[in-house]
Write a protein that binds this ligand. Sequence first.
Ligand code: AMP
Ligand code: ZN
Length: 453
Amino acid sequence: MTKKDFYSKAEFFTPDEIFDIQKQRFINILNIIKNTKFSNFYQQKILQHNQNKLTLDNVIAKFNNCNDKADFYNLFNQLIPFTTKQDLRENYPDKLCCFDKKNYVRLHCSSGTTGNPTAIFYTKADLDKWADLMARSLFVAGVRPDDVFQNMSGYGLFTGGLGIHQGAEKLGCLTIPAGAGNSKRQIKLLQDFGVTVIHILPSYALHIAEIISEYKKHQFSNLRIAIVGAEPYSEESRQRIQNALGVKVFNNFGLSEMNGPGVGIECQQQNGIHIWEDSFIAEIINPQTCEILPNGEIGELVLTTLTREGMPILRYRTRDLTKILGNDCPCGRNHLRIDRILGRSDDMFIVRGVNIFPMQIENILMNFQQISNNYVIMLQTNPQSNLDDLHIKVEIKNEFFSEDIRQLQNLQKAIESALHDEILVRPIIELVQHNSLPKSDGKVKRVIDLRQK
Ligand code: AMP
Ligand code: ZN
């Protein structure tokens, strides 16, 4: 790729240029926090964190006087407290808004399932910057203004609808707000409008992939790119989606607390997600001790908004587990790359004393060509032993759901032992017929915990 092939020249900033802009933008955010009359959340939080020894002016001066990158990040680690989901819930709906209500033009909520949701408010300038980051992300994945873009994720409070939509429009694509679900209609739209790019959740993509494989490939020959994110998926699942749809899949990452999608995406190398460091500071911490971890170590991703004026969020503990892969890439961009999200710290479940992430199970299941794309993990208390059972229902492709019981039993055993090797717990595998498990067109719930608490 030539260096001229970019949407924003920020994509090709050198590490020094990235640092300069991070410093300038972070100080700008601190000034917004200092000057606002509408939220005292960070004013208090930063003072408390520094045991009232430093005023906000002192803190800003320290950052201003710091010209060395390593010193800057040390200072950041020392002076700036973490923000948690709990903080956002306790300050729901709007106690982090730095401006008068009349300055905001939109809000979104995160997809949390328990307790208060978290609400994010955007000014007009915030929406413009977000659209720009999303357009940049799509461009980096190879999307161009003459593409026809079908957004197959739910609209409404979820940022994957409007967030992606505004980026595709900003880039200049003909954008179809298809929304989630109704696979027949989705496929009709794909065909009728010669769609070239889709945005889709991985669980829904795996479902659509099965339906599409029943059609003739040439009916979708225009389709070339799938932007896939919003929930974890394995490399095996990426391969399945690529093969079934005849597309290249790019892993797209974001969360409502950091606007939504557009925090980062994979480039043509498909070798990890570039986080847009001119707009976010990314760190990986040990979730137990909160220490910063070196590149290559798995921990919790922590993100800071650098350009959102209406509702800045500092050092947000995402609960997403990943590792930093580095900040060089054959594409020439220096924005750091993180590994695919391996799971969320709150997705982990414990069975018979062993910590297990759903993604470990998906990795193994998707290696079996007989298994179709849907499965569900059930945690149950065994009434006899009173121990936890890990019960996994997996759909088998029609051509393998044979009447030969022995063949199915062999497959079942093979899956059981492959999983046992990986997770050290022997699961109970139930093979079920294709299309018999519930489907999802929003974020999928793969784990059902029925254990007696
Ligand atoms: P929400 O704020 O409701 O949109 O949810 C954001 C969360 O979705 C993130 O914190 C991640 O846990 C998950 N997520 C978003 N993008 C990805 C991705 N590309 N891979 C894995 N998980 C993702
Ligand atoms: Zn790259």
